[in-house]
Design a protein around this ligand. Structure first.
Ligand code: CAA
Length: 272
């Protein structure tokens, strides 16, 4: 999702420094952005000149220090609390004057990320949706320490620069969208696991019967089964609702490395 956030920011005319952990990931992000821009150019959403200008606005690096001087930062690293806390601790040092430090987390409480910084008042959630260039929503999440000025500036960036729509949520597991979406996806996995119906029919049911753009198992593959498992676990930890328990099939698939689109196979096979 980080490359999607970098892409929409560059398309909106802002300079971006995209930090990856190693050169292989830099190459992957660069190709994902190239593919997505080429797709937008083909469908006439972007001219070739606009695409080229967007590419030039993105600086790729493997050093977090290279974000020095940025107006704001948006973290989109793996859904692991320790890794995220470490990134926030370092961003807090590198960017003493940033207007906000946002996290694209879907499962880690914003307060836990803010608590590791010297200024938790500027730490907030900025939750994008996949695919970022297509879906128009950003959830803004304030912790009990987040100040209004940080919310205002993150909201202005999302709405005025990126032309996204914002909704605001308190710092509760799942925020608004995942608190509703994840139990539904887990129910679909349980339904498939129990032999109730085929995966194709479960998905066709929700596409044709409820006009969803894709069925729940295809959507689970798009989100990533490891991310789905992480959000389920944070929902269960917070609310203890049995509907948020990850079904055994989901756990086994994650253990097997069947993570959905990102690994090439989940409930379905995906060309990479
Ligand atoms: N990157 C950029 N653009 C993309 C894209 C991608 N990965 N995938 C599709 N698009 C664009 C296409 O270029 C196309 O644009 P045009 O109409 O201008 O040509 C448009 O989206 C539609 O694409 P397609 O015709 O290829 O395919 P589709 O109509 O089946 O749409 C979809 C694909 C956009 C993924 C659609 O099925 C969809 O919106 N699905 C639901 C996705 C969803 O629910 N996402 C939220 C997940 S939850 C989350 O992200 C948060 C979390 O924390 C878990």
């Amino acid at each position: 999702m980080g490359s999607g956030i970098a892409e929409v920011t560059a398309r909106a005319g802002a300079d971006v420094t995209l930090v990856e952990t190693d050169e292989a990931r830099v190459d992957r992000s660069r190709s994902a952005i190239d593919r997505s821009l080429a797709r937008a150019e083909r469908s006439g959403k972007l001219t070739a000149e606009e695409g080229a200008a967007a590419r030039e606005r993105i600086a790729f690096t493997t050093r977090l220090e290279d974000v020095e001087g940025a107006d704001a930062a948006i973290e989109a690293v793996i859904e692991d609390e320790r890794t995220k806390r470490d990134v926030f601790r370092r961003l807090d040092e590198i960017l003493p004057d940033a207007q906000f430090l946002g996290s694209n987390t879907s499962s880690v409480p914003i307060m836990k990320l803010g608590a590791g910084t010297r200024r938790p008042e500027r730490v907030l959630g900025m939750h994008f949706f996949n695919p970022v260039p297509v879906l128009p929503l950003v959830e803004i999440v304030r912790s009990i320490m987040t100040e209004q000025a940080a919310v205002d500036s993150a909201r202005a960036f999302a709405e005025e620069t990126l032309k996204k729509n914002c909704i605001e949520s308190q710092d509760r597991a799942g925020f608004i969208v995942n608190a509703l979406l994840i139990p539904y996806l887990l129910s679909a996995i349980r339904m498939y696991e129990s032999g109730f119906a085929s995966k194709e029919d479960i998905d066709r049911g929700m596409v044709l019967g409820c006009a969803h753009p894709m069925g729940p198992l295809a959507l689970a593959d798009l989100i990533g089964l490891d991310t789905l498992q992480a959000v389920a676990s944070s929902l269960y930890e917070e609310f203890r609702d049995p509907g948020s328990v990850a079904p055994p099939l989901l756990n086994r698939m994650v253990e097997a490395g069947l993570l959905g689109r990102k690994s090439g196979r989940g409930f379905y096979e995906h060309a990479r």
